[in-house]
Write a protein that binds this ligand. Structure first.
Ligand SMILES: [Zn+2]
Length: 113
């Protein structure tokens, strides 16, 4: 399960940060992910709540910020933001798009105690 893997790596990052920045508890985790990363926000929330149990992120609130993907149309050169796969170029209707970013996930910031 994709979301479960994401949650485990998220916790690893948080625990590493906790050592570096010497905090004990996490209040809020702001997670930024690309609209094309194929993550279900609800599934992610559920996984987050279960996987953080017993960790320093237990009880933390997960805020999910979706960022659109940037893509360039190979046919007409238009650069647009895209929110899902399989979208045609709004300018020429072309489907040959070079996607740059928008499929990544990162922790934007943490609110800690
Ligand atoms: Zn186009």
């Amino acid at each position: 399960m994709h979301e479960l893997t994401l949650c485990h790596s998220m916790i690893e990052i948080i625990e590493r940060e906790a050592i570096l920045q010497a905090f004990q508890r996490v209040k809020v985790v702001r997670l930024e992910f690309g609209a094309l990363s194929c993550v279900e926000p609800e599934a992610l929330r559920f996984c987050f709540d279960t996987t953080t149990q017993g960790t320093i992120a237990e009880g933390a609130r997960l805020e999910i910020i979706t960022v659109p993907a940037e893509a360039r149309c190979r046919d007409c050169g238009a650069e647009r933001a895209f929110h899902r796969w399989g979208t045609a170029c709004p300018d020429c209707g072309g489907l040959r798009l070079d996607v740059r970013g928008g499929d990544k996930m990162r922790i934007k910031d943490l609110e800690v105690y």
